[in-house]
Design a protein around this ligand. Structure first.
Ligand SMILES: [Zn+2]
Length: 447
C-alpha cells in the first residue's frame, strides 16, 4: 500500500469567536478504500458569529463538501461551546453526523462519568474527584446566572460564563455516540495515537493535557473552588438565595425582610451579602472556566516534513509539562526529540483566539532561537476582535502576541477575511522546504 501523503491543507472556517478547522491530507495514489484524501476535523463551534459570516449549518455543509462526505477523525479539544457548539446545533449537527467520523479524540478530562473507573484509564481518586468538580460547574454557573439578574455588572459576567458554557449536552451526546464502539480516544500528554488506518502516514502526538500527577497546577483553581462551593451551598441563613434555578428567590427574600415600609438595614445587609456571594461564586466559575481551557488537547501533527501545532485553548499550566521536557527543567530530562520536532513546526494554530495567556513566550523564543535558517512559522488565528475585551483577559487578540508571531512568519486571521468569504486555505506539499501558502476561499455571499 502506498500511503505516502503528497499534500497538506488546513482550512480555517470563519466561525467568529470560536474554532473550526479541517485538516486534509492528499495521497500520491488511491488508498485501499479508493479515496485519495483523508480528513481530520478539529473543533466546530462559535459563541459569536462573524458579522455577515456563515451560520454553523452553512459551515457544516461546506465541511461535508470539503471532506467528500467522510470524516476520518474528529478532535474536540475541550468542552467550551466556542469549540463544540457545532456538534450540538441542530442543523450543523445533522450535517456533520452524516460524515460518520471513524475516530473521536478528546482530552482525558472528558471521560464520561460511567467510564471513569475503567482500569485501562488508570484514573486515581484525585483525578476522578477533579472531574466530578468540573461536572458540578454547569449547575453552579446556571445558579449564579439566575442570582445575578438584578446587578448589571454581575449579570454581564454571569452571562458571559453562561455563553461560554460548560453545558453542551447535545454536543457531548453526539461526540459520545460517534465515540462508541471503541472509536473514542481520551488522550493524555505523552500519547501517540495510532492512526495508521484512519490517517496513513500521519503522526498525532499528544502534548497536552497532562495528568494531575504531572502537573498538579491544572486543578489549582478547582481545589480552591471546591471549598468555596461547599461554603456557598452550606450557609443556612441565606438559603432562599441559594436555591438553584429560582431567579425570583432573591427578590422575594428581600421583599419579605424589607416589609413593611422597607426596612433599610435588612435590605442592605441581604443585598450586600447576596452580592458578595454572587461575586465570589463568579470568581470561582471564572477560575474553573480557565481550568477548562487547560483541559485542551494539544496536538503536534507530523505529515512528511510538515509539522502543525494545534493547541485548542491550552493555557500556561497545560503547556508547562512540554516546557519542562523541552528545556529539561523541574527535574525532567531534556527530551531532545521533542525539542527538535517543536522547532520545526511550520503551521501554528494560535491558542485561545489570540489571548495573552495561551501562547507561552518560551515557545515563541524556542522558535526564534532554534528554527533552521529561513524557516517560517505560519500562524492561523480564529477570532473575533473586540468580542472579549470587556473581560479581565484584556485585548483578544493581544497586539503584542500578534506582533511576536508576525516576526516568525505570516499570520492569517479569520477575522480579516472579506465579507462573504467563509474560510481560508493553508496548503503545502508534504515534503520539502516549501512553506504553507494562503488562499482565501471564494465569495459565498451573505447567508
Ligand atoms: Zn475557545
Amino acid at each position: 500500500m502506498n500511503a505516502q501523503p503528497s499534500r497538506v491543507r488546513l482550512r480555517a472556517y470563519k466561525v467568529g469567536f470560536g474554532d473550526c478547522l479541517l485538516l486534509t491530507v492528499s495521497y500520491k495514489s488511491a488508498l485501499p478504500d479508493g479515496r485519495r484524501e483523508r480528513h481530520l476535523l478539529i473543533d466546530c463551534g462559535t459563541i459569536a458569529r462573524a458579522v455577515d459570516g456563515p451560520r454553523l449549518t452553512d459551515i457544516a455543509e461546506q465541511i461535508a463538501k470539503h471532506s467528500d462526505g467522510q470524516l476520518d477523525a474528529v478532535v474536540a479539544t475541550h468542552r467550551h461551546r466556542d469549540h463544540i457548539s457545532g456538534f450540538g446545533n441542530k442543523g450543523a449537527a445533522q450535517a456533520l453526523d452524516q460524515l460518520n467520523p471513524r475516530m473521536v479524540i478528546r482530552p482525558w478530562t472528558d471521560v464520561p462519568e460511567t467510564e471513569r473507573t475503567d482500569p485501562r484509564l488508570g484514573l486515581d481518586d484525585d483525578q476522578r474527584h477533579f472531574l466530578s468538580v468540573l461536572d458540578q460547574v454547569p449547575a453552579l454557573a446556571e445558579h449564579l446566572n439566575a442570582l445575578a439578574f438584578d446587578n448589571a455588572g454581575q449579570a454581564t459576567r454571569a452571562g458571559r460564563l453562561a455563553e461560554l458554557g460548560f453545558k453542551n449536552p447535545e454536543a457531548i451526546a453526539l461526540l459520545e455516540s460517534w465515540g462508541s464502539r471503541g472509536r473514542a480516544h481520551y488522550v493524555t500528554a505523552g500519547d501517540t495515537l495510532d492512526v495508521a488506518e484512519q490517517l496513513p502516514g500521519v503522526s498525532l502526538q499528544v502534548l497536552g493535557p497532562p495528568t494531575l500527577k504531572d502537573v498538579g497546577d491544572l486543578t489549582h483553581y478547582a481545589k480552591d473552588s471546591e471549598d468555596y462551593w461547599l461554603g456557598l451551598a452550606g450557609e443556612r441563613a441565606l438559603a432562599p438565595l441559594v436555591q438553584p434555578g429560582n431567579a425570583a428567590a432573591p427578590a422575594r427574600a428581600r421583599r419579605v425582610l424589607a416589609e413593611p415600609g422597607g426596612v433599610g438595614a435588612a435590605e442592605w445587609l441581604l443585598r450586600n451579602l447576596s452580592e458578595r456571594r454572587i461575586s465570589q461564586g463568579l470568581e470561582i466559575v471564572e477560575a474553573l472556566d480557565d481550568v477548562l481551557n487547560n483541559t485542551s488537547v494539544i496536538l503536534l501533527v507530523t505529515i512528511g516534513s510538515r509539522r502543525l501545532l494545534l493547541p485548542g485553548d491550552a493555557q500556561i499550566e497545560n503547556w508547562s509539562l512540554t516546557r519542562d521536557k523541552v528545556e529539561g527543567r523541574n527535574g525532567r530530562k531534556q527530551d531532545r526529540k521533542l525539542a527538535t520536532a517543536l522547532s520545526k513546526v511550520d503551521l501554528y494554530k494560535v491558542g485561545h483566539h489570540g489571548s495573552r495567556n495561551a501562547t507561552p513566550k518560551w515557545l515563541t523564543k524556542h522558535w526564534a532561537a532554534t528554527a533552521p535558517p529561513g524557516h517560517t512559522v505560519v500562524s492561523v488565528l480564529s477570532t473575533k476582535t473586540h468580542f472579549f475585551e470587556k473581560s479581565q483577559e484584556g485585548a483578544v487578540p493581544k497586539p503584542e502576541l500578534i506582533a511576536g508571531l508576525g516576526e516568525l512568519g505570516p499570520l492569517h486571521s479569520t477575522d480579516d477575511l472579506a465579507p462573504g468569504v467563509w474560510w481560508m486555505d493553508l496548503e503545502a506539499p508534504a515534503r520539502g522546504n516549501a512553506t504553507f501558502t494562503f488562499t482565501a476561499g471564494p465569495d459565498m455571499g451573505t447567508p
